[in-house]
Design a protein around this ligand. Sequence first.
Ligand code: ATP
Length: 351
Amino acid sequence: MQLDIQNVSKRFGTFHALNRVSLTIRSGELVALLGPSGSGKTTLLRVIAGLEAPDDGQVLFADEDITTLPARNRQVGFVFQHYALFRHMTTAQNIAFGLKVRKPKVPQAEINHRVDLLLKLVQLESMAHRYPSQLSGGQRQRVALARALAIEPRLLLLDEPFGALDAQVRKELRRWLRRLHDDMNLTGVFVTHDQEEAMEIADRVVVMNHGEIEQTGTPTEIYDHPATPFVYQFLGNVNRMECRLAAGHVTIARTKIAVPNCEHHEDTAAIAFVRPHDLELTKENDADGSIPLTVRHILILGPLVRLELEGPDHLTLEAELTRTQLEALHPVSDGSLLKVRFRTIRLFFTQ
Ligand code: ATP
């Protein structure tokens, strides 16, 4: 069952939290809404859930217009960042809650059976009679997930579900959610501002900024082919350089660098982006089209090494090398002179 969001806008007073957002989520997909704080991720999730009414646009589920359908009739499971469990209820009672209040009444034997299955699914059988205060953060979030799944939702929505947990637990739960999603063939949307989380578990990532979608694609597509400067900068480290493009060359820090397959010939201002691992450093003096640099700082990060470099015209760059690549430059230390070429460079016109 497909979810279609069509030209949805949402304003709070004069502020545009969502601006003509359109998005299709296919049946069985796990989609991440990724973006900085305030970009509209939660608002979009709440519009899908029916907790927020859009000012314009439509939400369709399996071709049915559900824009004005109340949240309780949407058969949507919701998991929040903060567990929102009932403190006076045990794990089993929390999971059973959605079924108990359901109309028409679900027989008790069926509720018990469903709760047993869910406890097994989230691997909390031995914690069935514990209260939330007797569970770890990760366990509580698994209860919240089981509770959301109990009503057999057509769609599972998660708002920063692992945001409040420490890094190790978050990592485990991410993989666990992905497996659960595959086993149950769920359709799910989750909000995150953590790009690693989005890349690791989503089938598709929707990058949001200022209430609009900047790009939608698989994790590989958006990392390898960012559509806008914003996406480039938001997804991992990148060197950003102001430059000029003319006749198949860019000029960066007084050095002319050939841009293959460039059909643009007019003199134009542009921004060049290069990922730190796409810097090729050498000590060769006659390296053509390469920029001279001075090493300012070397930082060893386990198997990787980060170099801070300085060039002409106040150019500063960050390079990421493997330990083996660093050894090939030996000796290198603060103050060493190197030359750099770019393995790939991406240009965006600014005029
Ligand atoms: P975060 O990652 O910080 O949760 P977000 O991308 O989920 O951010 P939203 O919560 O969707 O962002 O908020 C988008 C914008 O809308 C923010 O600037 C927020 O202040 C504003 N906003 C959200 N809800 C309301 C509201 N009920 N009244 C007024 N402004 C709101």
